[in-house]
Ligand binder design. Structure first.
Ligand SMILES: NC(=O)c1ccc[n+]([C@@H]2O[C@H](COP(=O)([O-])OP(=O)(O)OC[C@H]3O[C@@H](n4cnc5c(N)ncnc54)[C@H](OP(=O)(O)O)[C@@H]3O)[C@@H](O)[C@H]2O)c1
Length: 160
């Protein structure tokens, strides 16, 4: 499986169940990267999109207790083996579990140069940056106009 995410240098990917920024060129990149594929997301991420499936993609939502008419809902991560070519699109809980379970072989990460000043009581979602130690950077493109790099990582060969 692959994974796509957009984080800032603090590792932040979301605040109060929303994206902390609106970067049209990166959203275009996300659309191009995922179009035609199966996308896997957590229930909170799906709800953050108004519970509307992403068009042109097979939408798989992980939830232990919700059902959605317009998306395939899975009750556990193990069922993801049915979607080997799928792309994990977040949020924090799903990135973390997919990476911990070694399901992800490629990461496409947008690194945004935007600092977020957190306020008390905000619900902050982070990318599990510690997992990147198991990956190596294979490509990087700079978008200095919009203030971000897109970094492609591949899983390092295991010595086990
Ligand atoms: N910047 C980015 O690239 C990016 C991308 C995506 C999302 N985000 C942000 O990330 C935030 C949301 O992340 P989050 O971590 O709070 O939530 P999330 O990962 O989107 O969803 C969490 C939910 O997924 C379900 N879930 C988790 N593990 C499961 C499992 N093993 N089996 C079945 N269901 C499982 C649970 O739903 P139930 O409670 O229904 O069981 C859980 O409450 C938002 O702010 C969003 O905007 C950012």
């Amino acid at each position: 499986m692959k994974c796509i995410a957009c984080m800032n240098k603090q590792g932040i990917i979301g605040i109060d169940n929303q994206l902390p920024w609106h970067i049209p060129s990166d959203l275009k990149h996300f659309k191009e990267y995922t179009m035609g594929s199966t996308v896997v997301m957590g229930r909170k991420t799906f709800e953050s999109m108004g519970s509307n499936p992403l068009p042109g993609r097979t939408n798989v939502v992980l939830s232990t207790c919700f059902e959605f008419d317009d998306a395939c809902v899975l009750g556990n991560m193990e069922e993801l083996v049915k979607y080997p070519g799928a792309i994990v699109i977040g949020g924090e809980q799903i990135y973390r579990q997919a990476l911990d379970l070694d399901l992800v072989l490629e990461i496409c990460l947008t690194l945004v140069d935007r600092e977020v000043r957190l306020k008390e009581g905000q619900y902050v979602a982070y990318f599990p940056v510690e997992c990147l130690k198991d990956f190596e950077e294979v490509k990087r493109t700079e978008n200095s106009e919009d203030g971000y790099d897109i970094i492609w990582y591949k899983k390092k060969e295991s010595n086990d």
